[in-house]
Write a protein that binds this ligand. Structure first.
Ligand code: ADP
Ligand code: MG
Length: 332
């Protein structure tokens, strides 16, 4: 009867848009004490968009946006999609959307080859953004970088795009004026993405994301009998808006590589399920007793998951637990 119960559990799950990747989920899910949820794409819609761009004096916001997009084209993070879309006006080839643009502060362009001539023309920035040497592209957990080559001078510049801490970790300094823009964005719950080259951050692209409409309901159902923890790489309002009744703990400012460590610490307190998109949080999914991948599109990665919710519906996480519970009772 046991293989039959499992087969029927797999089938029931499939009917609900849940693909069971490891049958151990029927054993482990009913024991889960703590559910850890990633933020971007799990609690939020993950369809981010660019709200504004602020550059330091002496930089052109179009150039900063284009260079950021040239590098982000090779990334699959939702932030990357937002930046490429803003630079290209989307796949329909329309003009760039109206962005709020701002120039602040003193010119802080360093003399050591920091300023490149602008990329050829905005019109060239389409499906194929020229200038990134793909083998020089680097994906870090908190950002991306790539080398842009100016075709006339052959001058190469590595452009960094990501969390301000990512630029700082790579030796770029963030001017005080941009720090203020960063703090303001965090305060309103948006995500500030820093762009820089030649030793300095040149601008901040503010990206917005919307919580899923049903996130609190879904989390309250999930929290019946389980502790709910939110883990995010972001700080400020973007993290705080999930710090409400129904959520027991919020870990903010946790870089993806530290998420797995957070999960391991939680496991000293009970059996842990981790829910994320499985992309840059794959190690955290793998570190949990139960890993559940939820999301949509190219970002959803499934290798580290015990179950994959292809329906992209947060309420299906609670369904996963009840299906596993029902199946487990029949296995016994
Ligand atoms: P969350 O914890 O909300 O799911 P992530 O762990 O995916 O977010 O990313 C955390 C932060 O790292 C982002 O908010 C952003 O600041 C930075 N980051 C990661 N990947 C990129 C990228 N491709 N471009 C720009 N910033 C990035
Ligand atoms: Mg994430």
């Amino acid at each position: 009867a046991t293989p039959l119960a499992i087969a029927s559990g797999v089938q029931t799950a499939a009917k609900h848009g849940i693909v069971v990747a490891a049958e151990t989920i029927f054993e482990d899910a009913p024991d889960v004490d703590i559910v850890a949820l990633d933020k971007t794409g799990t609690l939020t819609e993950g369809s981010m968009s660019v709200d504004s761009i602020t550059v330091v004096n002496g930089e052109d916001s179009d150039v900063v946006l284009e260079r950021a997009a040239a590098v982000e084209r090779l990334s699959e993070h939702p932030i990357a999609g937002a930046i490429v879309e803003a630079a290209t006006g989307g796949s329909d080839g329309n003009e760039s959307p109206d962005l709020e643009r701002d120039t602040i502060g003193e010119t802080r362009v360093r003399s050591d080859g920091g300023s490149l001539p602008p990329v050829e023309s905005t019109a060239d920035v389409g499906a194929e953004i020229p200038g990134v040497a793909a083998d020089d592209f680097e994906r870090a957990t908190r950002g991306v970088s790539g080398v842009l080559t100016d075709e006339d001078s052959d001058l190469e510049t590595r452009v960094f795009v990501g969390h301000p801490a990512y630029l700082e970790a790579n030796g770029l300094s963030v001017p005080t004026d941009l720090e203020e823009t960063i703090e303001r964005a965090r305060h309103t719950g948006d995500v500030p993405v820093a762009v820089g080259w030649g030793g300095d951050a040149r601008g901040v692209i503010v990206v917005g994301d919307t919580p899923r409409a049903d996130w609190l309901e879904a989390v309250e159902t999930l929290g019946e009998g389980r502790e709910i923890v939110v883990i995010t790489g972001d700080e400020g309002g973007a993290a705080e808006r999930f710090d409400v009744d129904g959520v027991d703990r919020v870990f903010a400012g946790v870089p993806p590589e530290a998420k797995a460590e957070t999960v391991r610490r939680l496991r000293t307190q009970g059996t842990v399920a981790m829910v994320g998109d499985g992309s840059n949080d794959a190690p955290a999914l793998a570190a949990a007793d139960v890993g559940i991948a939820l999301g949509s599109g190219t970002q959803l990665a499934t290798d580290a998951a015990d179950a994959v919710i292809v329906a992209d519906d947060l309420e299906r996480v609670a369904d996963t637990f009840s299906i596993a519970g029902g199946t487990h009772r029949r296995i016994r």
